[in-house]
Design a protein around this ligand. Sequence first.
Ligand SMILES: [Cu+2]
Length: 160
Amino acid sequence: MKRVYKLKRLLVLLAMGIATLMVIGFDGRSVVQATDQGEMHIDIMITDLGFNVKGHTIPDALTSIIVRNDGTIPHGITSTAFATGVIKKEGDGVEMKDSKGKGFTAYHLAPGKSMTLHFAKRPYTDPGTGMRETTQIPFWCDIHAHMKGEFLVVETRGEM
Ligand SMILES: [Cu+2]
């Protein structure tokens, strides 16, 4: 009699476990759907040696890029894509219009400071090729031209 009770208890626990798994699975899907239509996040950490990029974005998504200067001297970030790409800047970054006369907007960050760049939706198709493909967005430090990095706009829809 006692054994049957134990078995029942085990089954109940098992059922609860399955229910939990189903909730997690459900949640996972809704998170993917949310990021699909919502905002994507990229972290760019600057050190005195270069850029560290975490994350990527996808076509047709609004993207927030958090940039942090963890170095010991001021650093900048600029990109050909920033000219039309940055919708809004929040935080400590100082906007430099036309830094060094190259026509690109740059943002300078003092050591320990950070900012968030809200980046426009990237076009779903490459206007040059008409293809939907993963593209790289290069950027660099306008103060130290040898410091370079890139982030990715990852096309995922073709791989389903
Ligand atoms: Cu720099």
